[in-house]
Design a protein around this ligand. Structure first.
Ligand SMILES: [Zn+2]
Length: 190
């Protein structure tokens, strides 16, 4: 995980705020974990219509909890190698703030293997957090800040029922204000 570099002038305040907000409230009940299990079962059946329905249940429940408009979902087979994208780090999904549509790919482009459920759910949480940046936090852009990754991780661990990890960051040398996860330290502490 690598953060974006801070923008120079425009939107800098939004970027810093995104970086600062490290936690995200999660629902008390098990609605999201239950829908995540439905996604898992649907992926095992490998039917993209079932996966789409389960994802839509998940996103409806999450949008209701965060009091944001529901985002659309499209589940696609293999990701085309050339696809226009707004964020360069996205491998398995993307989000369009104009149409509020999340697209996720069930298979990797090169080997055509089904994405693991962990990767798939982590992608879904990641794209949904882009949606929250615009619709809940009112940012004018959605950056990959330390806060963004930590909010995403909090949501992911909630839906999977796994204990959240504390993430440790180190500045990227010569990276213009970018950070990356210090994995040895992060793994040691959990
Ligand atoms: Zn992203």
């Amino acid at each position: 995980m690598l953060t974006d570099a801070p923008p120079r002038k425009a939107n800098r305040a939004g970027f810093l705020e995104s970086d600062r907000i490290r936690t995200l409230d999660v629902p008390d009940g098990g609605t999201l974990p239950v829908t995540a299990k439905a996604i898992d079962s649907a992926m095992k059946s490998a039917k993209s219509t079932d996966v789409r329905l389960a994802c839509a249940m998940f996103l409806n429940a999450a949008s209701e909890f965060y009091k944001v408009p529901t985002c659309g979902i499209r589940v696609l087979a293999a990701r085309p190698l050339r696809v226009r994208e707004s964020w360069s780090t996205e491998l398995f999904g993307d989000y369009d703030p104009e149409t509020m549509l999340i697209r996720v790919w069930m298979r990797t482009a090169v080997r055509k293997e089904v994405t693991s459920v962990g990767t798939f759910l982590s992608t879904l949480c990641h794209e949904f957090c882009h949606h929250l940046d615009f619709q809940r936090f009112g940012f004018h852009d959605s950056w990959h800040t330390r806060g963004f990754y930590e909010r995403t991780a909090g949501l992911y661990h909630h839906v999977r029922g796994t204990p959240p990890k504390r993430l440790f960051w180190v500045p990227v040398r010569g990276g213009g204000g970018r950070w990356r996860i210090d994995w040895p330290r992060t793994n040691r502490s959990s």
